[in-house]
Design a protein around this ligand. Sequence first.
Ligand code: CDP
Length: 788
Amino acid sequence: MIQCKTSKEIGGMGHSLKRKEDARFIQGKGRYVDDVKLPGMLYMDIVRSPYAYAKIKNINIDEAMKVPGVVAVVTGRDLEKYNLHWMPTLMSDTQMVLPTDTVMYQAQEVAAVIATSKYAARDGREAVRVEYEPMKPVIDPYKSLDPDAPVLRTDKEGKKDNHIWNWKVGDKQKTDDVFAKAEVVVKEQMHIPRIHVASIETCGCVADYDKVNNHLTMYMTTQAPHAIRTVIALVAGHVGLTEEKIRVISPDIGGGFGGKVPVYPGYVIAIAVSFLVGKPVKWIEDRSENLQADSFARDYHITAEMAGTKDGKILATRFKVLADHGYTDASANPSKFPTGMFSIATGSYDYDATYMECDAVYTNKPPGGVAYRCSFRVTEAVHAIERITDRFALEIGKDPAELRLQNFIKKEDFPWKSPTGWIYDSGDYHKGLLKAMDTVDYHQLRAEQAEKRKRGELMGIGLSTFTEVVGAGPSKDFDILGIKMFDSAEIRVHPTGKAIARFGTKSQGQGHETTYAQIIAEELGIPAENIQIEEGDTDTAPYGLGTYASRSTPTAGAAAAVASRKLRDKARKIAAYLLEVSEDDLEWEPGKFFVKGAPEKSKTIQEIVFASYTNHPPGMEAGFEATHYYDPPNLTFPSGAYICVVDIDKETGAIHVRRFVAIDDCGNIINPMIVQGQVHGGLTQGIAPAMYEELIYDEAGNILNGTFMDYLVPTAVESPKWETGHTVTPSPHHPIGAKGVGESPTVGAPPAIANAIVDALSPYGITHLDIPITPFKVWKALKEKGAI
Ligand code: CDP
């Protein structure tokens, strides 16, 4: 039970307030980009490449132009005239807006058709004739480094191979020495497959350029409106679209999960066309385009190794990664961290030797590497450490829970410096795991498993005890395209004591309109229901870097608390003036200041606010407003202890997730109901890559499951009953002690499921299976081992 400091009426932290935004969502009154309809609006559709790698010999638009309603067909050559055919990626690589001569992946944009209706645009699209000369693509990332592999990025002067960058961290010599002397060394090769976020709403925009005022209003599904405004200004500043002339409005968003962070070519083409014809242009992707061409997630090939003692002490880890980035590095990682926060892969365990290395390569696949509810590569890292930890336990015949309890960083050792340099802020890993074990009745389950094994039945128990890292980030280390990753809050309280607050983040369904109001309510005692929250309009909201990677609570949530505290300081001064006492004689309780020892002498926050407009102390600035740009001193390090129990049918390989217990620790909780919702969604997006989702390409670069007929997104039917709980270890540096939560379950769930399945199969000598672990993979592995 969470103790709340505020009353239910105020609704501060810890109250399970119903989500304010749901009033409009459940009544069909949400306003999404596709709801934007402007006079004279044109529609855009995009011709896409059927080939993964081909020369464009000719684009014939004659028939398309004859389609009634089609007004223009735009090609790369057209954009080239304005130097708009290439654009920068968020990782300072370059990406084609439209190609002039070569396509680099199947479903790449080739031309855009503009018409007076979306149907005419689609008909026009079908009538564009493109002549290609197909070339042999590079699909396998390992082969992309072969000396005879074709060099894909010939646009880059002097480029002689498909290597993008090499990154390393840790102490190689020390780690190699520990490995050389270790009693036990285990090693596994893992692939974290390419997946896709598949949010309910696809991407889209309406670019509305007003020629008279030289002003662009860009309605778009972006998770980072301000950053996008800056990027548009950087790309289009040379044609007069400077930053003050650009307004980005991100209306309601139907799920982002990282996939709505990048700048997609469609946005730039729509802007260019609107700029040239002076009319609004709408572009909305269809479901297949979204799945086939938008930013992918993961695609890390990892060799993981662990060294330790026979009795279970972890001594060192080594990780070697090959990252398949597609034809350009369009990840959305902070500039200094090309592998995001992969270096969290040392996990929750106390040892001091590690070495990690990653090489990124180009292939003929879509670009990305940003998304799926964890954009900073923590999922890959957690999968590697949690799988190899179980592999180590299996090798020495030790219970994986016992092994973890033996190796956890102790709660008194926080703040703890990891061997890759992170300072974990706080944690109590023992408490979390013991709670999870208690909830599932772990020892009883192990006894049941032992009995079942005697009968040849397959039952598995999998653990994942992960450390997350969210809240990018401290400006000394974190920037995107040079822009520091702080975030902001601006609070205005009106004379009657009701408020509006605006933020640099942007909710895509996380419930910010409720939880930010709760933070302000906690700090100022103004009821959360009287606080209106706004995000997503760059003309009104303070500058911020947006919402992804669970950064909103650690950054903008903190900004809300600090801005509120600035106001409370002002309120104290006004209260002292009104009550004719010294500020030191006042005490605060949520919603009012009162005189120490004389509680009947008090002023409510509403009275104080009114006075700030009507009767404030001489010399004081009138009004009741504050803004804060919060630059976090550190990241926050949420954690979790997950236990999954599976039963597997030996004959068919069918996997039944019998139980899944998730104990999360996200520090102090703002809204328990919202956190539970976040965890449920995240766990479902954890089972997805663990058992179902993977984008599959054949050797020619054809995507084999480019529609929802074949790309399996789990529904309520496939989702087990999630049993959730929490421990609370506040972040010591966050103003309200909160850590982020949105990502954690997606990070923690896949290895728990994989570990459970491998645990079930381990009596037959199976030590690892790559996710997604399908019934076929299980059946095949059992068959190969002669178990069936
Ligand atoms: O950046 P994003 O909003 O996706 O992630 P988050 O900061 O983890 O927050 C997700 C939702 O959970 C927001 O509505 C938060 O306010 C809420 N939350 C909470 O109530 N308590 C926490 N300790 C962390 C998040």
